[in-house]
Design a protein around this ligand. Structure first.
Ligand SMILES: [Zn+2]
Length: 458
């Protein structure tokens, strides 16, 4: 019977895209099982999250603590999922082999392949590591070349200058103000035509003195260079350019999601409207969306009711502002950060690229129709899910931004009507009941408001 050993577990999750992502919990389960089989006592667990074992410049706090604990004599057995988890550096492996050879330390791996106490086991470990190491070195040489290339591509392109920048990539502030405003108003729910119309009304011209229109606004919103993203042959390279961005990558991603949303044109918020509740308020009788009618009245399309716009809007705005000034509720909402759009947008781009590849393969006759539809269907389902999530983020973006202001209730007044409508739609559902004839005073009971559960403001 072997003497019971004091065992340490070393667990590491790596996200270095080698496809070996294995949850900590599963590693732990397997390691605990082999310790249990041997009757060892667990004296410590050392964990590193998302840290690569191949890059010696990266700090691995769990690994460092493991070494210290060993040097302090805290354990004489070590369990890890496999040797790759423990180290991918030859020098470190030799250290572990030395510790195992002297008989002071037993190393076991959950996949059973490491036995550093025998010559064969050591040889196997060294070969395996050398092979993995070669792959890492090749990868890093590739990355260095790619970095150089991206730096070249990251230069502001020569030739026709981009509105908002000089030809050498300096910001032209008078133009940058407009660019930022275009992104802001669009992500707040304003339409492309609406933005152009406001610029026209304010006498704002393009830099060549022309009129803003649907397509000039759209081409600005679609240009990744405003988010500081380098483009090469029309594609985003995924690396930042060396000029200062005018909008954040997140905002850019949200805007792309909205631009790509096929529902945008019929979107209840995104179309150009002149009244707060048009297309948002619901009829209490038939549940239809209510629209403005004849300029100063809301009307159910099924003619269930007609209400004066002004008192209803005034009441709804007062309720929104009262709600926005409740600091405790706001604090609760601020604590729940919205999912970031950038990784979703990247995922969506990757899926679209895959769709295109499959389509090319099909066109070229490399795959048959059945495989084509199986492959594309899967991707389309994933895409739909991502786009639903993106739509959810872009829907609440103005609200989240509003809540970051020092006085959200006051800031609500400064929002454009489209942004106010977006905030309203994220917060609440407003229902209209018929007003009583001859009732001179506005009765709030005729405008019941339901707070949206997702924001739990009620
Ligand atoms: Zn109705």
């Amino acid at each position: 019977m072997q003497p019971s050993r004091r065992a340490a577990l070393y667990l590491r999750i790596s996200l270095d895209a080698t496809g070996e992502m294995l949850a900590i919990d599963r590693q732990r389960e397997d390691c605990l099982r082999i310790c249990d089989e041997r009757g060892w006592t667990i004296v410590g667990e050392f964990v590193d999250n998302s840290v690569s074992a191949s890059d010696e410049r990266k700090k691995r706090p769990g690994y460092d603590a493991l070494i210290s604990a060993y040097d302090a004599g805290s354990f004489d057995a070590l369990a890890c999922y496999d040797l790759d988890r423990l180290t991918r550096q030859p020098r470190q492996l030799e250290d572990w082999i030395d510790r195992a050879k002297t008989g002071q330390l037993v190393i076991v791996t959950a996949n059973g392949e490491a036995d550093l106490s025998t010559d064969g086991g050591m040889l196997f470990a060294r070969i395996k590591l050398a092979v993995a190491r070669g792959e890492v070195d090749r990868k890093s040489a590739r990355q260095k070349r790619a970095l150089q290339q991206r730096a070249d591509m990251g230069r502001p392109p020569l030739g026709v200058r981009l509105t908002g920048y000089t030809t050498t990539g300096e910001i032209v502030e008078s133009e940058a103000v407009l660019i930022r405003r275009i992104f802001e108003e669009f992500s707040h729910g304003e339409s492309l035509k609406g933005i152009a119309a406001r610029f026209e009304a304010e006498g704002i011209k393009t830099r060549r003195g022309g009129r803003w229109n649907y397509s000039s606004i759209s081409s600005i919103l679609r240009n990744p260079r405003y988010a500081g993203l380098a483009i090469y042959k029309g594609e985003v390279t995924g690396k930042p350019g060396n000029w200062e961005p005018l909008v954040s990558e997140d905002q850019f991603a949200l805007v792309q999601a909205r631009l790509a949303d096929p529902r945008r044109k019929t979107n209840k918020i995104g179309t150009h409207r002149r009244h707060l509740g048009s297309g948002l308020f619901l009829c209490c009788d038939c549940g239809s969306r209510i629209y403005a009618w004849s300029g100063n009245r809301y009307r159910c399309p099924n003619a269930c009711l007609v209400r004066s716009i002004a008192p209803v809007d005034a009441y709804v705005i007062s309720v929104i502002k009262a709600r926005l000034s409740l600091t405790d509720v706001l604090a609760r909402m601020r604590r729940a950060p919205a999912e970031s759009a950038t990784p979703l947008e990247a995922e969506s781009r990757a899926l679209r690229a895959r769709l295109e590849l499959i389509e090319n393969d099909y066109d070229a006759g490399h795959i048959d129709g059945r495989r084509y539809s199986v492959a594309t269907e899967k991707i389309r389902v994933e895409l739909q899910d991502i786009e639903r999530r993106l739509a959810a983020i872009s829907g609440t973006a103005p609200l989240v931004e509003l809540l970051s202001r020092p006085d959200p209730a006051a800031a609500f007044d400064d929002l454009t009507l489209m942004a106010q409508r977006t905030v309203l739609d994220s917060l609440m559902t407003v229902i209209l009941r018929p007003g009583k004839h001859g009732d001179r005073r506005f009765n709030p009971a005729t405008v019941p408001i339901h707070w949206n559960g997702a924001n739990s403001l009620a």
